[in-house]
Design a protein around this ligand. Structure first.
Ligand code: TYD
Length: 137
């Protein structure tokens, strides 16, 4: 995987003077069936989240409210992407190290995941992640 496989995906947006609406169908608007949904909220100023890579799980992150940055790292290159709208998100395939910071006040990060939670799917140690990339190369 490379950070170039981490694509921003625009979601359908129904504009309405009563308030806009966006919807997501697994396998259609995000490129995997959705098995799990979780969200980050009440993130204190200056906090960092993430700091891991996943072995098999795809994720799709959306800034439901406010904004935050996602720093992507495939072991060769790094890229910082700001998410700040409810009508697009970022697809993170497996084996991409991600960190999240610069959360605005009141930011909410919605994450859609292709797998149920499993700690054994995580690389939480950066050196172990790099070693796994070398083994699979
Ligand atoms: P973690 O994935 O490290 O959070 P983040 O990447 O957003 O900083 O998860 C933090 C804790 O929450 C960790 O103890 C595992 C637990 N957790 C679950 O139990 N289920 C889940 O779906 C997720 C994402 C985390």
């Amino acid at each position: 995987m490379s950070i170039n496989d981490c694509q921003r995906i625009d979601l359908p947006k129904i504009n309405d003077p009563r308030g806009n609406l966006t919807f997501i169908e697994g396998g259609k608007h995000v490129p995997f069936p959705i098995k799990r949904v979780f969200y980050l909220y009440d993130v204190p100023g200056g906090a960092d989240r993430g700091g891991h890579a996943l072995k098999n799980c795809h994720q799709f992150l959306i800034a439901m409210s406010g904004s935050f940055d996602v720093i992507l790292d495939d072991g060769r290159e790094k890229k910082r992407i700001q998410l700040n709208r409810s009508y697009y998100g970022l697809h993170l395939p497996p084996m991409v190290w991600r960190e999240m910071d610069n959360f605005s006040s009141g930011a909410v990060c919605l994450a859609l995941a292709s797998e149920c939670y499993s700690e054994s799917d995580y690389y939480r140690d950066y050196a172990a992640f790099l070693a796994a990339l070398k083994t699979s190369a």
